[in-house]
Design a protein around this ligand. Structure first.
Ligand code: ZN
Ligand code: ZN
Length: 373
């Protein structure tokens, strides 16, 4: 289903849907300040730009650095280039000041308090209201165009992982592995890594967000790698364990339990199921192995233009999964001073259930067989 490369997003349709969502909640317009949301609604991939959206007008506020890029990336949007002397907030205020709207809704999560204050001071005759989630909610459901880009990003991440792990040597440090992996992704066409790559050798794998250090691969029999690519603005997010030798039996037990928890959770994914329920399925599997207390974070998150988007698979998340959502499933167990295991894959919720978008080997015999050559 994720195939047609020529498919282009219909940005005006996306904007119409945002406006409908705003209207349903009593808002008549929106000053979009999140660069990801601006990008989602216009196709513009630069930064430092706002979008003013009403049923009657769509204005992209940017600066001269981006003029050419906008001409080539954006259609059907009025462009306003601010003078170099004006800040983006001043430019927005100048535009809004001349509009007839008396009430102005501003994206809250991506506007700083200082920007808000400045806007309010510059617009004494307007009422400012904050609005959250209008665009983020739409972004939860990926269209065919976005799925294509996510799949591209996953392919790059997976190919780079294979290429990098084939060349691992005992004398390599966590940092070298992370650097090599990022370089491999860039060589394969990625703009960058999706986030700071995590590489944890031995006991350092117990740090769920450990930054790569100078610890050497030879210091242990296992390493945890959490990485992803960024390609055309869209991200991927995977975690695999790599074994350089047969690890302790305790780690094997942890690995098998985490893989079982992940398998069960993925199996449970389909539209209509509560997000918290998927998390509970994984927890139950870990409970059977006596490891549920070692699972210290949520099971997964949606991603796309950003690595952590608004869907969370975790306790208390009482919304339902919907077809078109793309989530990670990443159970992990961590024993401080010994080591941790996490396995992460990317899953699309489909009308009939789910589709696993990632394909790297993860079964015990396969990963154990991938040791140094
Ligand atoms: Zn990850
Ligand atoms: Zn993740």
């Amino acid at each position: 289903m994720v195939t047609n490369k020529k498919l282009a997003p219909d940005y005006s349709k996306r904007r119409d849907r945002v406006l409908r969502g705003l209207k349903a909640q009593g808002a008549k317009n929106l000053l979009v300040t999140s660069p990801h949301n601006v990008s989602y609604l216009t196709g513009f991939t630069g930064e430092d730009s706002f979008l003013w959206l009403t049923p009657k007008e769509v204005i992209l506020l940017s600066d001269a650095r981006y003029e050419e890029q906008i001409q080539s990336e954006v259609q059907d949007v009025e462009l306003l280039i601010r003078p170099a002397s004006a800040t983006i907030i001043d430019a927005a205020a100048s535009v809004l000041d001349t509009r007839h709207e008396s009430e102005i809704w501003v994206e809250a999560a991506s506007t700083s308090v200082a920007q808000w204050e400045r806007l309010r001071n510059r617009l004494p005759n307007k009422t400012l209201a904050s609005f959250s989630g209008a665009v983020e909610r739409l972004r939860e459901i990926k269209d065919a165009y976005e799925l294509n880009l996510i799949q591209d990003s996953i392919h790059i991440a997976e190919r780079a992982f294979k290429a990098t792990t084939e060349l691992l040597q005992p004398e390599m440090s966590e940092k070298q592995i992370a650097d090599d992996l990022e370089f491999a992704m860039r060589r394969l066409g990625a703009e960058s890594a999706a986030f700071k790559i995590i590489v944890g050798v031995g006991e350092r794998s117990a740090l769920p967000h450990g930054r790569p250090s100078n610890k050497l691969l030879r210091d242990s029999s296992f390493v945890l790698i959490d990485w992803g690519a960024k390609k055309n603005g869209y991200l991927s997010d995977l975690t695999r364990m790599f074994f350089t030798n047969k690890p302790p039996t305790r780690l094997e037990k942890m690995y098998r339990a985490v893989l079982q928890a992940q398998t069960d959770a993925i199996e449970a994914i389909k539209p209509g199921v509560l997000m918290s329920q998927i998390d509970a399925v994984a927890r139950k599997a870990l409970e059977k192995a006596g490891l549920e207390k070692r699972f210290t974070h949520g099971l997964g998150h949606s991603f796309g233009l950003e690595i952590h988007e608004s869907v969370r698979l975790g306790k208390g998340q009482d919304r339902q999964l919907e077809a078109g959502m793309v989530v990670t499933v990443e159970p992990g167990v961590y024993v401080p001073g010994f080591g941790g295991v996490r396995i992460e894959d990317d899953i699309l919720v489909t009308e009939s259930g789910h589709q696993v978008l990632t394909s790297l080997a993860k079964h015990w015999d396969e990963v154990l067989g991938a040791r140094f050559r």
